[in-house]
Design a protein around this ligand. Structure first.
Ligand code: E4P
Length: 220
């Protein structure tokens, strides 16, 4: 399973990129709003900050309701950074989003169909040519459903039908989510920077480092 970072915060993206573990970045309108920056400017900055990743997701705005509006926004977005191949257009999982997905797929543009909450939605998105599908497990857990089980079912379905779309486990909230979606067959987990830090840690690792440091001080 690969890691994407789920943020529009440039410092966090740059820090995670330095670790060499990052294969991509996902953003959404809420994450961009949190940074108080202009959307297109931030996408351009991100694309420049992480040249070697496979994907940077830029979502069409909530103002784009029809497929035509989504396609028009996407056409503008892909011009950023000179049609960088890493840019991935994130589209909502609805009828207009599927139509826009097919249009972009035919143009050779990567797509990420987002806000997926059922296996059927994932199947439709994959058939529309989505490069990535994003089931939101944390939000399902929030309403007492099993988000990881959804990821597992989508992975099984994609295997049975040899579908190429990659599953991005999204709305990942804590380390246990990361382990469980990896075991469930997600191709990617997109995670906040805080979760990257959490999964790097273990109390016995910290204790071990302290003990080595203390012992080192007693060497001749
Ligand atoms: C994924 O692409 C989304 O940006 C994200 O994972 C949503 O997570 P949330 O449910 O914590 O807002």
């Amino acid at each position: 399973m690969k890691f994407f970072i789920d943020t529009a915060n440039l410092e966090q993206i740059e820090q995670a990129y330095k670790l060499g573990v990052l294969s991509g970045v996902t953003t959404n309108p809420s994450l961009v709003a949190k940074e108080g920056v202009k959307f297109e400017d931030r996408i351009e900055q991100i694309l420049q900050a992480v040249p070697l990743v496979e994907s940077v997701s830029a979502e069409v705005t909530p103002l784009a309701i029809t497929a035509e509006e989504m396609m028009a926004e996407a056409d503008e977005l892909i011009k950023i950074n000179n049609y960088d191949k890493n840019i991935t257009i994130k589209l909502p999982m609805n009828i207009a989003g599927l139509e826009a997905c097919r249009y972009l797929t035919q143009k050779g543009v990567k797509t990420n169909v987002t806000l997926i909450f059922t296996v059927n939605q994932a199947l439709l998105a994959a058939r529309a040519g989505a490069t990535y599908v994003s089931p939101f497990l944390g939000r399902l857990d929030d309403i007492s459903e099993d988000g990881v089980q959804l990821v597992s079912k989508i992975a099984e379905l994609f295997r049975i039908h040899s579908l190429d779309a990659q599953i991005i486990a999204a709305s990942v909230r804590h380390p246990d989510h990361v382990t469980r979606v990896a075991m469930a067959g997600a191709h990617i987990a997109t995670i906040p920077y805080a979760v990257i830090e959490q999964i790097s840690k273990h109390p016995l690792t910290d204790q071990g480092i302290e003990k080595f440091a203390a012992d080192w001080n007693t060497t001749l």
